[in-house]
Ligand binder design. Structure first.
Ligand code: CP
Length: 353
């Protein structure tokens, strides 16, 4: 493996990385996972190095897996709350003595550490689709050290790596694996599209037969759909869109139903500029829920995936998400998926930092 092609690179979207590079990351993640299981530690890999983590939004998995990962590799992950520093802001969005221009923040942190990780979506950019992704790119423009995307409003690439690593562990192959990314109901109309968009990129890039299922109003970014179609063509696999929740699940090996909001969030096609209308449209799809009946449409050995946090009782029944018994046929792998965040992030950090 050539590691010199990884060093110093940003990790904002999988679209910037080749299939071969993603395979190398997954292989290294598996090596690190096995080593940790047998008590072999790698606290020399990032010794004395610092990862700055700027969280504009809440997090359980992402924050803790990055912090644990940096600790396990001998470095330090430093948590930065944007409201407790001068909030990094783009030119034109600044407030005197309250914000600090991204170009200055990026150059200052570049003098002190080895990578900057950022989570930003939703309220901090007024739910303007692409606004948070633009913020990350502005950081990348000025930073001398890698920018790692801990979820923006378009992409959640580390979640997608953990997702495909989990598929690889469970099935050993991507070829012939039917991967269904589906919308599911949640009462919250405020959910970014980053997880489903990155999941379909990763699944189609790796060669799964990928299906995207959603109500017509919840379409994803057409540029990302086009990229998925291209990956399917390159891999000799398939990429399809369905508006039928149950039919899409038929014969699936991977079922990944979760809620997301269409964008613009309160504008057509969802909501006609009205939160009430958006809520009304969401509430008309309450039957898009992962239940036993839904899982039984799939292959006998299907897995249920969710990035978590799950809106239990709305997106899925307890019976589905809590079924981790491999003897039952279909089963939930959500905790393996969450754990795999740690291993893929360690792999990317070790390679890029
Ligand atoms: N899946 C995920 O990113 O979880 P957190 O929001 O808890 O980080």
């Amino acid at each position: 493996m050539r590691t010199d092609t990884f060093r110093g690179r940003d990790f904002i979207t999988l679209l910037d990385w080749s299939k071969e590079e993603v395979e190398q990351i997954l292989d290294l993640a598996l090596d690190l996972k096995r080593d940790r299981a047998i008590g072999q530690y790698h606290d020399h890999l990032l010794r004395a190095k610092t990862l700055f983590m700027i969280f504009y939004n809440q997090s359980l998995r992402t924050r803790n897996s990055f912090e644990a990962g940096m600790h396990q590799m001998g470095g330090h992950a430093h948590f930065l709350d944007p409201s407790k520093i001068y909030t990094p802001a783009l030119e034109g969005k600044e407030v005197a003595y309250s914000t600090e221009r991204v170009s200055d923040v990026a150059r200052v942190l570049s003098r002190m550490g080895e990578a900057i990780a950022i989570r930003c979506y939703g309220d901090p950019v007024d739910w303007e689709y692409g606004g948070a992704n633009a913020l990350l790119h502005e950081f990348a423009r000025w930073s001398d050290i890698p920018i790692l995307n801990m979820e923006d409003d378009k992409y959640h690439p580390f979640q997608a790596l953990a997702d495909v690593l989990t598929v690889k562990e469970k099935f050993g192959t991507f070829k012939g694996t039917k991967f269904v990314m589906s919308w599911a109901y949640s009462p919250s109309a405020h959910k970014p599209r980053a997880v489903p968009q990155s999941a379909i990129i990763a699944a189609s890039m790796m060669g799964c037969d990928t299906v995207l299922a959603h109500p017509p109003e919840m379409a994803l970014d057409p540029e990302i759909i086009a990229a998925c179609q291209q990956y399917a063509e390159m891999n000799g696999s398939s990429f399809e869109i369905s508006h039928d929740f149950m039919a899409a699940a038929e014969g699936a090996h991977v079922l990944y139903p979760k809620a997301w909001a269409a964008t613009p969030i309160f504008k057509p096609p969802v909501g006609e500029d009205s939160l009430d209308k958006a809520q009304e449209i969401f509430d008309s799809y309450k039957d898009w829920k992962a239940t036993r009946e839904y899982m039984e449409q799939a292959d006998r050995n299907a897995i249920y995936m969710h990035c978590l946090p799950a809106d239990r009782a709305w997106e899925c029944s307890n019976e589905v998400i809590d079924n981790t018994d491999p003897k039952s046929g279909w089963r939930s792998v959500v905790y393996d998926e969450a754990e795999n965040r740690l291993h893929v992030q360690k792999a990317v950090m070790a390679l890029t930092m």
